[in-house]
Design a protein. Structure first.
Length: 361
């Protein structure tokens, strides 16, 4: 039939089923196979990996609109530093320009904000509009300080919460914002933030938006004495979070990872920890990095590996293990885009610091 002839082989390859429709198969068998393949294709049509914004969700639930756990592996996008607290320095056009570069140059489908210093709702409105118009999913971070600072924390919360009631983008924000990260590396700050995390999650409940923290789970505040499981506090945090955003950072573990040729075992062990402890899916490695100089970054007394050779080797190793990330169901972000010299993929001249071709699988 015409419908059968229009079925493209490359589309079928996207499904998890093998669809072999032979002209000599019985008609009813051909029809059943065709229907099964169509259903599989529809199931994997999801934002932002395989569906652009287009006309939006059109009544779909968030669960049906966003890609599911099985689709969220491998390279997702970039950590996007926003540490400048002068809100006038940010514009819709600037966001669109950056997001289009991320997408056209590397195939990014997510943007993960890093340390946003502007705490005004209009900042997030611009961001949501830019993501809509470039078909990017957004992960905002509610950031206040590197220690307890309630006034700034509540200002950051309220600025982001305001986007969900904004007359222009309030209705689409839950379909652009895939998840929200509460704080950054809170495990370094004690446990004061556990109740504020619960409180923030309750404030977001009317919008059904995923909430989590973003941190290195390889810390004693989260792990038991045997270091192979979560302690009581770690279990409490995991119970509150709707997904896991982890920082796997071999760069900051020079005792186990002396250089970029000797880190992959540590990295895999951290992914095993997520699986073995049944932490909440999906799994995103939101911060992983290596430095190509010592411009503001330090590995304590082990800075000999802070150079471009190690930087390139690190990212080529991450990039070359797409099938491992697929096996574990782990997505990763390149940390960072521009704004953290030494880590950035975009240099001060506006050009990539090395040739990086994302691998897919």
């Amino acid at each position: 039939s015409l419908l059968e002839k229009s079925f493209r082989t490359e589309e079928l390859s996207k499904t998890q089923n093998t669809c072999n429709i032979h002209c000599y198969s019985p008609p009813m068998q051909r029809f059943a196979l065709l229907c099964a393949c169509l259903i599989a294709l529809v199931a994997c049509d999801c934002f932002p990996k395989s569906r652009g914004w287009g006309n939006g969700p059109n009544g779909m639930s968030r669960g049906d609109w966003f890609c599911g756990d099985n689709d969220l592996y491998g390279f997702l996008g970039f950590s996007y530093p926003l540490e400048d607290d002068d809100c006038d320095d940010y514009s819709y056009d600037g966001f669109v320009s950056d997001f289009n570069k991320m997408k056209s140059m590397y195939g990014a489908t997510f943007v993960r904000t890093y340390l946003p210093g502007c705490r005004q709702t209009d900042f997030w409105v611009k961001m949501v509009k830019a993501c809509r118009d470039t078909s990017m999913a957004l992960i905002p971070m509610v950031f206040w300080d590197w220690n307890q600072n309630d006034p700034i924390m509540y200002a950051a919360e309220n600025a982001l919460l305001g986007v969900f009631t904004d007359p222009e983008v309030g209705s689409i924000a839950p379909y652009i914002i895939q998840s929200i990260a509460f704080g950054d590396e809170l495990g370094e700050q004690g446990d004061y933030w556990l109740e504020p995390l619960k409180d923030f999650k309750n404030k977001l409940s009317p919008y059904n938006v995923t909430v989590t923290i973003t941190d290195d789970w390889d810390r004693d505040i989260y792990r038991n004495s045997s270091w192979n499981g979560l302690n009581d506090f770690g279990n409490q945090v995991n119970d509150i979070c709707d997904m896991t955003q982890t920082h796997i950072m071999p760069y900051y573990h020079p005792d186990q990872c002396p250089d970029a040729w000797h880190f992959w075992g540590y990295y895999v062990n951290q992914m095993n920890f997520l699986v073995d402890n049944n932490m909440k899916r999906p799994y995103f490695v939101t911060e992983t990095m290596w430095a190509y100089n010592q411009d503001g970054h330090s590995r304590q007394s082990n800075n000999d590996a802070d150079n471009m050779d190690n930087y390139v080797e690190y990212w080529n190793t991450i990039n070359g293990n797409c099938n491992v990330f697929k096996q574990y169901g782990v997505g990763w972000f390149f940390h960072t885009w521009f704004g953290e010299p030494g880590f950035d993929i975009i240099g001060s001249d506006g050009q990539p610091v090395f040739n990086f071709q994302i691998q897919t699988c």
